[in-house]
Design a protein around this ligand. Structure first.
Ligand code: MSP
Length: 508
């Protein structure tokens, strides 16, 4: 059996409420996953929840519940969001699952046995209130730590360290020799720049006495695993590490992440894998951050965009379209309601919605809802057909290069060309002259074919809309297949259309 295309999102902190930034990351991953399915590949699409650590422990304490109860209460906020956004993940990992604990402990033990982990005393400034060591970064210009840290004391603590630094040069060479490993290019340069400074060894333990909510080290029950070591390992847990499935699923093709967690994914993670003798993922893809009206989104400012509210008001496809269309993967984006509405009314309701609605309504009106036969062609038709084929042909390359937003641009160029074709051919005028019936039938057939091609190409991005178009065309449950976007003439004449209804009702 061939290896599935394996794509992941970061695992989200379970204690956060999902917002548009999280939705963005998962929607981009979903569009890529669906595009690969459309091309006939099997896809393994993983998302999940990061459930250990200080914040969860504290939040649970404040609520008077156990950390596990707290996670179980929070997890549904995430699990229920994804279907609302039409996310087609095939697995959702929670780091508190036994399958994950087992893998983290197996890998730690392996590294420990291989001499990759050692103990050392760490001495530093410790804030009991924040329950963490502070560094000079937190120190004010007066040499004191800000009051929010409460009492800060000098503390000496034994911990376990992973010998990360000895792999630093190997990693630099690897990234240099594999230019596609980090995407986009400017993020590769950023990580290479970062690796100019010594990485140091990674402290992978926390004494259970001050942080109990974690995975115990297999070789010392007095400690739990550092959350990032635990979290990164999720990608191999879900792939079935330690089972025969793993050989088939791993390596991941794409780890999609936000730009701020690049060092963890393109620095720590490859080194952890290398040391454990596990092949590296093929690509780390870092996307940008969304602001709102130019400002960072935050609960305290109260400007967080809630994806559920958008879906309820506008539909999941409208949200997906805006997020995917607005920017290329890598760039930062800014959410502005007016911009969202402009794209909805202009590109979804006018360009796409109108094309499908007027094309199919005319077939209903002039041909009794039965697909006519194309018998009287014109050079204009050839041009339309050629553009459809060229757009479909470019699809796999665009996906391979992660050019989702240019690909949507290609599709919209075709949609606009189709609308122009309607205006040029003026079916309503042809309908007035019975001698033009063959030409009318041909024009309407070509428009239906164009809608069919569009429905295929839109499947990864606007899955609900794509399906609606196929139903309206009378294609019922037949799945969209990319190859069929290049086969002009697949629609069978004399077949009835489905029910025709507007795709994107206009909103004022
Ligand atoms: N739990 C870690 C990831 C561990 S992966 C082994 C984490 N979680 S997070 O919930 O804080 O963030 C998850 C993802 O959401 C990150 O990739 C981050 O970039 C993304 N976003 C959070 N806010 C965002 C925006 N405002 N805009 C775009 N994405 C942002 O980090």
């Amino acid at each position: 059996m061939p290896k599935p295309f394996y794509i992941t999102t970061p695992i989200y902190y379970v204690n956060d409420r999902p917002h548009i930034g999280h939705a963005y990351c998962t929607i981009v991953a979903d569009a890529i996953a669906r595009a690969h399915r459309l091309m006939g590949e099997e896809v393994f699409f993983l998302t999940g929840l990061d459930e250990h650590g200080q914040k969860v422990q504290q939040a649970a304490q404040a609520k008077g519940v156990t950390p596990q109860q707290f996670c179980d209460e929070m997890a549904p906020h995430w699990q229920e969001l994804w279907p609302k956004l039409q996310i087609s993940n095939t697995d959702l990992i929670r780091t508190t699952q036994p399958r994950h604990k087992r893998v983290v402990q197996t890998i730690l033990q392996k590294l420990y046995d291989a001499g990759e982990i050692y103990t050392a005393e760490y001495e530093g400034w410790y804030s009991t209130r924040a329950e963490q060591f502070l560094t000079e970064k937190e120190m004010g210009p007066d040499g004191k730590f800000p009051a929010e840290y409460g009492e800060v004391t000098r503390l000496k603590e034994k911990n376990y360290f992973f010998k990360m630094s000895k792999y630093q040069n190997w990693l630099i060479d690897y990234i240099r020799n594999n230019p596609g490993f980090v995407y986009p290019d400017y993020r590769r340069n950023e990580i290479l720049g970062f690796l100019q400074k010594p990485l140091g060894d990674l402290c992978i333990s926390r004494p259970a006495s001050r942080l109990a909510w974690g995975i115990p080290l297999p070789f010392d029950a007095g400690y739990v695993t550092y959350v990032w070591f635990d979290a990164l390992t999720n990608y191999v847990t879900a792939a079935g590490y330690g089972t025969p499935e793993f050989e088939r699923n791993w390596p991941a093709d794409i780890h999609l992440i936000g730009k701020e967690i690049l060092l963890f994914h393109a620095g720590y993670w490859p080194i952890m894998l290398k040391a454990a003798g596990i092949p590296l993922p093929k690509q780390i893809v870092a996307h940008g951050w969304w602001t709102r009206d130019g400002q960072k989104m935050s609960k305290s400012v109260g400007n967080v965009v809630d994806p559920v509210a958008i879906v309820e008001a506008w539909g999941a496809d409208a949200l997906r379209y805006y997020l995917l269309r607005e920017l290329p993967i890598g760039s930062d984006g800014d959410w502005a309601d007016t911009n969202f509405e402009r794209r909805y009314n202009g590109e979804l309701a006018n360009d796409l919605g109108n094309l499908v609605n007027r094309s199919l309504s005319m077939i209903k009106r002039y041909c009794k809802g039965v697909l006519p036969e194309p018998t009287a062609s014109d050079p204009l038709d050839d041009e339309l057909r050629a553009l459809a084929a060229a757009t479909a042909k470019r699809f796999p390359d665009r996906i391979a290069k992660l050019e989702l937003n240019p690909l949507l641009g290609d599709i919209w160029d075709f949609i606009r060309r189709c609308n122009q074709y309607v205006d040029q051919c003026a079916p309503w005028a042809l309908a007035k002259d019975p001698s033009k019936a063959p030409r009318l039938g041909t024009v309407l057939y070509n428009l239906a074919e164009s809608c069919r091609v569009i429905s295929i190409l839109l499947t990864p991005f606007l899955p609900t809309t794509a399906e609606k178009i196929r139903h309206q065309l009378g294609l019922g449950e037949t799945p969209a297949v990319l190859d069929e976007a290049q086969m002009w003439g697949k629609l069978v004449s004399s077949r009835p259309l489905g029910e025709v209804a507007p795709l994107f009702p206009k909103k004022q």
